[in-house]
Design a protein around this ligand. Sequence first.
Ligand SMILES: *[C@@H]1O[C@H](CO)[C@@H](O)[C@H](O)[C@H]1NC(C)=O
Ligand SMILES: *[C@@H]1O[C@H](CO)[C@@H](O)[C@H](O)[C@H]1NC(C)=O
Ligand SMILES: *[C@@H]1O[C@H](CO)[C@@H](O)[C@H](O)[C@H]1NC(C)=O
Ligand SMILES: *[C@@H]1O[C@H](CO)[C@@H](O)[C@H](O)[C@H]1NC(C)=O
Length: 542
Amino acid sequence: MGLLGGSSNRLSLFAIRVILPIIVIVYLGSEIRRKYHRYPDEEKVITRDCKPDVVAITDDSGEDAMNEMVSVAFNGDKHVTAMKQEMLREQMQIGRLRCNCPEPPVWLQPVNKRRIVEGKKWEHEKKKRLEPLSVCKAMSPFNYIGGGITVDPYQTVPIIGLSLHPIVDQMLPNLNTDITLQIASVRKLGKPRLSKLITPMMLANHVISGEKTFELRINLKQNIELLKRILNNNILYSSDNYELDARDKLQITLLNFTADIYVRIRREPLPDLYDPGERNSVIDKVTVITKTFERPDVIEQFVASVHKYYPNITIIIADDSEFPKPIKKDNVKYFVMPFREGSFPGRNLALSQVRTKYVVFLDDDMYFTNNTNLEIMMEKLEDPNIDMDINCGEVKNLGILKGLRHIGYNDTQGYCNLGPFFPRNNIVPGYPQCVWGEMFMFFFMAKTAVLRKIGAYPQIVQAAHEEAWIDTIGKAKSAFCGDSSVYHVHGKNAKYEGFRKESKSVLFSDPIALFENNMCYWWSFYEFPKTGKSLKIKSPLN
Ligand SMILES: *[C@@H]1O[C@H](CO)[C@@H](O)[C@H](O)[C@H]1NC(C)=O
Ligand SMILES: *[C@@H]1O[C@H](CO)[C@@H](O)[C@H](O)[C@H]1NC(C)=O
Ligand SMILES: *[C@@H]1O[C@H](CO)[C@@H](O)[C@H](O)[C@H]1NC(C)=O
Ligand SMILES: *[C@@H]1O[C@H](CO)[C@@H](O)[C@H](O)[C@H]1NC(C)=O
């Protein structure tokens, strides 16, 4: 205990009673093994399962047990992550929402097959971007950061956060053992090296191998000062590959302990900023867009209502009627499309023309009123504390939709849209009139940059509501707030109603959203395929 010196009072009782003996035992064991070479066949011991059961072994067992302990504690760890990552991930998936996929109707089966093939390719891409499980082993002789170190492609980052455990620091001078430090890039996306602050002079008496390779090895003999200096931000990682978002695994081996450190290689995207204009007013920061079809009187009323409450605000209209009657007015941009080009293509066209930071979308048969408050909607999108991307208002005379979506997954056949659920804690912090959700009525203000990235799937040509909201899942944070509203009047005429009826039946004969979202089942007002039963698989956890 004497070797702890003056700092022993700062160490907790636990450290002295538990950690120290273990480290001493392990080191002695390591030294004994080095001297007697009783286990030359390293591979043999590596294959055993690595469990932190060193603590359980008591001191009566002599050299064999000691050797075994050392093997288990140190050598096995090189295999932990590689072998167990997959297994650990599987354990994590147990609580995930799963579903049984219904048999698709015969006419859909060829498309279904293609969907599953495309879905597998997508899953494969997704796997590459998985957050790695950073397994932190027990009883490390040094401190390290498991994840969070980030570097741009072809740039360099110091491996921060490395330092000797204080007890090891105290003990090391008394061990009279050579220290080797090894740093290896497992995925070979970059190379480890030392910073220039470690000069050739400092390294003169030490053997370095693997410079400019994926595995650097330094024999520091007994130079503890140099070791500490190297650990102190002087190990560098230089990315050597073009990747937008990938993870390399650095393995640092010191004192026969190997730690995994994940380095994220990330090409940081630049922002999409919009100039708010000198006045910082809604007129300069917001554009109103809509898509219209065969309802000229409806769209005229729409424009009048918007400009009544927000004169000079830019309105963008996409129209795929057979004989469109473009509105010629200041601050109205009217885009004529091919006949029956479709609902989502129209939204995309209008959205592509927006030049302001925010965009308001609503259907053409909704009208602004004295309760339509764009300022209050914008205020929430600008609140940095809540990160709201889409702020939905109320659509009077149409009802209110709320809730999140249950998305189940099936191991072999893709996802299932299992309908809504209503979490308890869904109030937007600071806005008691707002609730988070994933599907509302179609009147909202959104951040233009976010909405553009989501876009609208142009294969969906019929009037589509739920499909558009499903597309926002995981891509935007949406909330409903009752403090701004528009008014809905269903505008009818014979031609429009005819097409509308037709498009409703299309939903059943061409469920394109199933393909887009890699889904085998779509809960909705129109369940598809019809099953009439719950497809949810019970979780074994609750
Ligand atoms: C680490 O293990 C190797 C053999 O596996 C041994 O030669 C070396 O001395 C050990 N180093 C320390 C610091 O225990
Ligand atoms: C709208 O634009 C016209 C012409 O540029 C201008 O005279 C008028 O003051 C503007 N109105 C508002 C409310 O900004
Ligand atoms: C808003 O409009 C409604 C209906 O036109 C009217 O009854 C109400 O008084 C208006 N409210 C305000 C604050 O102007
Ligand atoms: C997927 O769906 C099939 C067909 O309904 C079912 O047999 C299987 O159990 C499901 N797989 C899961 C739970 O991932």
